[in-house]
Design a protein around this ligand. Structure first.
Ligand code: DX5
Ligand code: ZN
Length: 214
């Protein structure tokens, strides 16, 4: 199992220390949640923070854009240091064109689905995707309860990926802990995002190892 700790639950007054901890941990990447107050009812951080994290991080940056018009920020996202650019299906009208543009800019392309968006919405782009992010909470906040319907969606997505010959990895985000993570592992998830479960634990590096062992 790959693990992408979500920085949203980190101590932003001590980002340097938090990134050091992640660099020394077995985390596979760092998940960065960008919120614009329009697509989701919350505002988090933008390019200056991503750039600062990129300078310090030894791990790939998995950037989850909860913003409208993500197609307007592709080159800026690449220049800021993003490895994976995750855009919401619900926020992007020309998804096929935007996926191509993300890849042409040199990043990995991922599409995120809200809990209410069916997996079938990705049928015609799945072959061109590096990753799909399934939201297991309604996006906007850390620390919410896992929506169990995500297990069914993970199984459906796994089927779609094998049917289409896609190499896309399945990432799941929201309410992930040792219990929900175990069910997701069984259902076929490749990458677990975890914010509060990692950063609110006594030993975040150890919690990352625990999730990796699921
Ligand atoms: C929610 C974000 C998540 C969030 C997850 O909109 O996309 O990445 O940080 O937080 P937890 O793991 O606490 O549910
Ligand atoms: Zn996220």
């Amino acid at each position: 199992m790959l693990v992408s700790p979500s920085l949203l639950s980190a101590d932003f007054g001590n980002l340097d220390r938090e990134i050091d901890m992640l660099n020394r941990s077995n985390a596979d990447m760092i998940h960065l949640d960008v919120m614009d107050g329009v697509f989701v009812p919350n505002i988090s951080f933008g390019f200056p923070v991503i750039e600062a994290v990129a300078r310090k991080s030894e791990k790939p940056l998995d950037v989850h854009l909860m913003i409208v018009n993500p197609q307007n920020y592709i080159n800026q996202m690449r220049d800021a240091g993003a490895t994976i650019m995750n855009i919401h299906q619900e926020a992007c009208i020309h998804l096929d064109r935007t996926i191509d543009a993300i890849k042409n800019a040199g990043m990995k392309a991922a599409v995120t689905l809200n809990p209410s968006t069916p997996v079938a919405m990705l049928e015609d782009v799945i072959a061109n995707l590096d990753m799909v992010l399934l939201m297991s909470v309604n996006p906007g906040f850390g620390g919410q309860k896992f929506i169990t319907n995500t297990i069914k969606k993970t199984i459906q997505l796994k089927e779609l990926i094998s049917r289409s010959g896609s190499k896309a990895l399945i990432e799941v985000d929201g309410g992930v802990n040792n219990i929900t993570g175990k069910s997701l592992a069984k259902a076929g998830a490749d990458i677990l995002v975890a914010g509060s479960y990692v950063f609110n634990s006594d030993n975040p590096a150890h919690t990352i190892d625990l999730l990796k062992s699921l």
